[in-house]
Design a protein around this ligand. Structure first.
Ligand code: ZN
Length: 231
């Protein structure tokens, strides 16, 4: 049997019994995850591993390129997961997580290969903004440096898409949601966070404030705020 498939028996025999109390509580009380993480499907980027998360901690959506289609696009798995996480589970943080050496970002430059993979090609159109930003603003980059810039600009583009979702926009307006953009450097084992105010990625450090991509203070009285703005 495939080695990795046989490890399921280890889960049944060792892992689950050792966490029986936790699983019992989650099964009885239901889940209340602390964050939604939208990450690339790459096997080297494992959200629960990076976050050192226990069962019940993290709601996770993974796909090639950590993409969030804009709301106006056809309904799909990512849109439904975002809506349920915000409306149904009330998560307070959403993390869009990309990484170095991302195959999806490399594929943006491989038109000949994409011609044989029409679904991938259609999916990666959601990252066209990132490609154009890099093409026009970092035209001299190539190789790993270009892939890294594509991944970082793609995180920004997907956070912009996330804000088109009504559930996200509304929770941001209430000050109940914070959006994060993380870049995992799988070569160095470090995580960089997008600082939305400066547009820069900063290394996450325990002794520094966590950089956030979008942190919207609550509108205490939205009607009054609009009236003030109009005067
Ligand atoms: Zn990737």
């Amino acid at each position: 049997m495939n080695d990795i498939l046989s490890r399921v028996f280890s889960f049944e025999q060792h892992v689950f019994p050792n966490q029986a109390e936790l699983y019992s509580r989650l099964a009885h009380d239901g889940q209340s995850p602390k964050a939604l993480m939208i990450s690339c499907a790459d096997s080297r980027v494992v959200p629960e591993h990076i976050m050192q998360a226990e069962p019940g901690d993290l709601f996770v959506c993974r796909n090639a390129g950590n993409i969030v289609p804009p709301y106006a696009q056809a309904n799909g798995g990512v849109s439904s997961t975002v809506e349920y996480a915000v409306m149904g589970l009330g998560v307070r943080d959403i993390i869009v997580c990309g990484h170095s050496d991302c195959g999806a970002m490399k594929a943006l430059d491989m038109d000949d290969q994409l011609a044989r993979m029409p679904n991938v090609a259609a999916w990666l159109r959601h990252s066209n903004a990132a490609r154009q930003v890099v093409d026009e603003n970092y035209p001299h980059q190539c190789g790993g440096e270009r892939v890294r810039s594509l991944a970082m600009e793609n995180i920004t583009a997907q956070i912009d898409h996330l804000r088109t979702h009504p559930s996200v926009a509304s929770a941001l307006a209430r000050g109940e949601l914070t959006l994060h953009g993380w870049f995992v450097d799988i070569h160095a084992g470090v995580v960089l966070g997008l600082d939305g105010a400066s547009g820069l990625y900063k290394t996450l450090r325990a002794d520094r404030p966590l950089p956030v991509a979008v942190a919207r203070p609550a509108r205490e009285n939205s009607e009054a705020a609009w009236l003030e703005a109009a005067e």
